[in-house]
Design a protein around this ligand. Structure first.
Ligand code: CAA
Length: 384
């Protein structure tokens, strides 16, 4: 067991921290307030190789390990979780899914520009379309249909809460081809966003990650060539679940970053703010909060690293990814709330950043599988 980061991982941490502090921090309050998608920052992430971190270099990726990805996610999420969720979806759900289950042709055509994050000089990212108005946690009950017409499928239905919904050029869409087969009747498709019949709904007005590009997407008689199906007929639900296992590591890392960002701000504030004649961290009430924050964050970090390590070792990481997400997202919610408390009245105003981090933390307990779903996954695994 080695707890030391490698030289390469330390370099990635440094680069991600510099990007977060120098590029993301200026303007983060305004982007949150005006719900502005950080497109320029995503373009910079593409140039850094952070949109296809784990994808193989032959497909335009950076060929890094999952721990490096977790490290970069933590640093960027300390400052702007709207940037990091777009990055996470492209890395873990879109690129990883295509690299592991796509055909050579699909990888050449789609993965390469997606991992580079650019095509013909313009931002080129993907989105993962599983959730529906009536199928969130209960993802096996897909209502979107895909009818087999020989050389193509025809898709009809509505997808909800889609991250990168209006910005993505490529959608990975899960749809039901045979409802009588349950999850085995679901397929996953690569769908180009500019295909006829696709309508992007209005941007959601959210509590947190307000800069993130969240939309519903409707499909009306959308023709998808058969060669754009991912895997064998009926593989779509397994594809979604396997891909989400890695996605959950990314969101766990995002939650870790939100928590550590809030903790660092609370620690700095506690040294500078005086009350009753001394810096507030000298009061046991505040020091105990900081101690508990640091401990919870460190345990979340090790769960994230462990899940990432299992993934890099080729082990089954389903349970460890669920544990990391469950614990890191609860930690993010708790730590950010306490960070607001440490700041007192200042924590309640936007200039001090912690109220935004508290709002951003909430979604980590919801998306890519709610905390209740993570408990289901863990519970089923430990009792089987
Ligand atoms: N990894 C691998 N396989 C899995 C799996 C996992 N995590 N979870 C389920 N499966 C497999 C099962 O083994 C089963 O396969 P077999 O039939 O071959 O045994 C199949 O999938 C069906 O699973 P279940 O029988 O367990 O089905 P269920 O309906 O009882 O439960 C569920 C399924 C675990 C609840 C699943 O629906 C689920 O994970 N729901 C949450 C969905 C989710 O995470 N949505 C996130 C939306 S994407 C998003 O948020 C992206 C974004 O933009 C930020």
């Amino acid at each position: 067991m080695d707890f030391k980061l490698t030289e390469e991982q330390l370099m990635i941490q440094k680069a991600a921290r510099a990007f977060a502090q120098q590029q993301c921090l200026p303007g983060v309050i305004e982007r949150d307030e005006h719900q502005k998608f950080p497109k320029e920052l995503l373009e910079q992430l593409a140039d850094l190789g952070f949109l296809g971190m784990m994808a193989a270099p032959e497909f335009g990726g950076a060929g890094m390990d999952t721990i490096s990805y977790v490290i970069a996610m933590e640093e960027i999420s300390k400052v702007d979780a709207s940037v990091s969720v777009a990055m996470s979806v492209n890395n873990s759900l879109v690129c990883w899914g295509l690299e592991h289950y796509g055909t050579e042709e699909q990888k050449k055509k789609y993965l390469t520009p997606l991992a580079q994050g650019k095509k013909d000089g313009a931002l080129y990212i993907g989105a993962f379309l599983l959730s529906e108005p009536e199928a969130g946690s209960d993802a096996t009950h897909q209502h979107t249909s895909a009818v087999d017409k020989g050389d193509h499928y025809v898709l009809n239905g509505v997808k909800n809460w889609i991250t990168n919904g209006s910005t993505a050029s490529v959608y990975l869409v899960m749809a039901q081809t045979d409802a009588s087969k349950g999850p085995k009747g679901i397929n996953a498709f690569i769908v180009e966003k500019n295909t006829d019949g696709i309508t992007v709904g209005a941007k959601e007005n959210k509590l947190g990650i307000r800069g993130s590009d969240t939309h519903s997407v409707s499909f009306t008689d959308v023709k998808v060539p058969k060669e754009n199906r991912i895997g064998a007929d009926g593989f779509g639900f397994t594809f979604a679940m396997k891909t989400l296992n890695g996605g959950r590591i990314g969101i766990a890392a995002q939650a870790l970053g939100i928590a550590s960002g809030a903790y660092e701000l609370a620690l700095a504030y506690s040294k500078q703010r005086q009350s009753f004649g001394k810096p507030i961290h000298e009061h046991q009430a505040i020091q105990f909060k900081l101690a508990e924050m640091a401990t919870k964050i460190q345990s979340a970090r090790y769960l994230c690293y462990h899940a990432a390590w299992e993934k890099d070792q080729g082990l089954d990481y389903t349970t460890s990814a669920a544990m990391a997400k469950l614990h890191a997202s609860d930690t993010a919610m708790w730590v950010t709330t306490e960070a607001v408390q440490v700041h007192g009245g200042y924590g309640f105003v936007k200039e001090y950043h912690v109220e935004r981090l508290m709002r951003d933390a909430k979604i980590t307990q919801i998306y890519e599988g709610t905390s209740e779903i993570q408990k289901m996954v863990i519970g089923r695994s430990i009792t089987k």
